[in-house]
Design a protein around this ligand. Structure first.
Ligand SMILES: Nc1nc2c(ncn2[C@@H]2O[C@H](COP(=O)(O)OP(=O)(O)OP(=O)(O)O)[C@@H](O)[C@H]2O)c(=O)[nH]1
Ligand SMILES: [Mg+2]
Length: 448
């Protein structure tokens, strides 16, 4: 049975050459995961007064709240799949501690670091936007920034107000649903029909030891191999075979093409013998190219080399000239090889080495989240009958910090609204005594 869920069974993923010694690890290759991240709230600022013997008026001494913990995502070569996220999907940082007396600041909470394999692209699961492409060891993305600590009353002392009873609340943490997608990093990708000899090829040019067999879909998981070419090393990715209709789920589907999306060069491996079904290699060529196009028109334009495999077989010899001529006419570099006898490999590898050195690095995934809009008016005023709604990021931030039960905080808000021109705008638009004014989550009655 060749169902797609077989991909979740146990298979070997060999990574060779990434570290000093080649190694093979037996793991489940999981390349997609959904997680939830939540940062901690900031601690509240304290309202405290200093009390000392013989000091008539102690000063305000409430300390600031500590910052909430953030959630960061960090790329590491120590991991090679997103398997861990099958078991743990929620990552939450703690809140900052509140400020206390004697000007003591609340303790900030620790950040939570979520480790992912290098090559992981982070998406917003709700909007589908790309948020980050973590393609370097140690690269980090701040997925959920921690809330800020509120200021304690000690910070509000001024010559006109020596005993402020106001303090800020910490701002709240934030929560996001993220989708993680691992897109392996390789220079060269092998694509082609099942049985074309892709795994055989990677096994003879690198230390990778993939499973090879004369039935289709032997390869179920992508596999990387490192090819040493003089001073250079080239990372090659072997993926499962494609068949006609892969884009609509035929065979193993086409999702694993994401692992060749970052390559500079594709080696399109053809079984030149046509196999026992005596298929036409040129027809195979067109089918695979059309499947690549269905997956991504951009991937279909990636530089491609025609690798005509199995020339040790008589039927391949028969097809050689016709196929070579046609593909050369189409502008492709063509290399007849036998992965079995190693004939033609040297010429192919020399060409790959030369070509790679001329090609730009693998494309990275640019965040698609729209940049923050240009600075806008400090507030907007909208009206519905006798209800006025004031919106604006500065005002809303202030409300978030505000303790609505504290009259002094409310006075501060009033002063800010006046300074920003909110009252002038209300008057200009005809506000009347008794109208309701909504500011963020607060609501009050307007009195001249
Ligand atoms: N005669 C001959 N047989 C080959 C050659 N290369 C591969 N084979 C055979 O072709 C069959 C398929 O080889 P694989 O390397 O597993 O093919 P694949 O493209 O990786 O196939 P999937 O993993 O199923 O996509 C195996 O029986 C290989 O021994 C070759 O150059 N000559
Ligand atoms: Mg294979």
């Amino acid at each position: 049975m060749l169902a797609r869920d077989r991909r979740a069974s146990m298979h070997a993923l060999s990574l060779t050459g990434r570290s000093a010694r080649p190694y093979t690890v037996y793991i489940m290759f999981i390349d997609r995961a959904n997680i939830k991240v939540k940062s901690g709230d900031g601690g509240d600022g304290a309202v405290q007064f200093h009390r000392e013997k013989y000091v008539a008026y102690g000063g305000p001494s409430g300390g600031d709240g500590g910052h909430g913990g953030s959630v960061l995502i960090e790329a590491t070569h120590d991991l090679s799949t997103l398997l861990d996220f099958r078991f743990k999907k929620e990552f939450e940082a703690e809140a900052g501690a509140g400020g206390t007396a004697k000007n003591r600041h609340g303790k900030g909470a620790k950040d939570v670091i979520v480790r992912v394999p290098v090559g992981t692209v982070v998406y917003d699961a709700d909007s589908g936007h790309i948020l980050a492409d973590l393609s370097q060891e140690g690269e980090r993305y701040l997925a959920a920034p921690g809330g800020k600590g509120g200021r304690g009353n000690a910070r509000f002392a001024s010559p006109t107000n020596r005993a402020p009873t106001t303090a800020e609340r910490g701002t709240l943490g934030v929560q996001f649903n993220l989708r993680l997608e691992l897109k392996l990093l390789a220079d060269v990708g092998l694509v082609g029909f099942p049985n074309a000899g892709k795994s055989t090829l990677i096994s003879v040019i690198s230390a990778a030891k993939p499973k090879i067999a004369d039935y289709p879909f032997t390869t179920l998981e992508p596999q990387l191999g490192v090819v040493k070419l003089g001073e250079d090393t080239v990372v090659v990715a072997d993926i499962p075979g494609l068949i006609e209709g892969a884009h609509s789920g035929a065979g193993l589907g086409h999702e694993f093409l994401r692992h060749v999306e970052r390559t500079r060069l594709l080696l399109h491996v053809l079984d030149l013998s046509g196999g026992p079904e005596e298929r036409d290699p040129l027809q195979d060529w067109n089918i695979i190219n059309s499947e690549l196009h269905s997956y991504s028109p951009e991937l279909a334009t990636r530089p491609m080399v025609a690798v005509l495999n199995k020339i040790d077989l008589p039927s391949a010899q028969e097809n050689l000239e016709r196929t070579r001529l046609e593909l050369e006419n189409q502008g492709f570099a063509v290399f007849p090889i036998s992965a079995a006898t190693r004939e033609g490999l040297k010429e192919l590898l020399n060409y790959v080495q030369h070509r790679i050195s001329q090609l730009p690095p693998p494309p990275s995934f640019i965040p698609t989240v729209p940049e923050a809009a240009a600075p806008v008016k400090p507030f907007e005023l909208t009206r519905q009958d006798r209800v006025w709604v004031v919106t604006g990021s500065r005002i809303e931030r202030m409300i978030e910090h505000l303790d609505p039960d504290d009259p002094e905080s409310l006075h501060r808000l009033e002063r800010t609204l006046s300074k920003l021109g909110v009252y002038d705008a209300l008057k200009a638009r005809g506000v009347k005594d008794g109208d309701t004014v909504k500011v963020g989550s607060l609501e009050f009655t307007y009195v001249e």
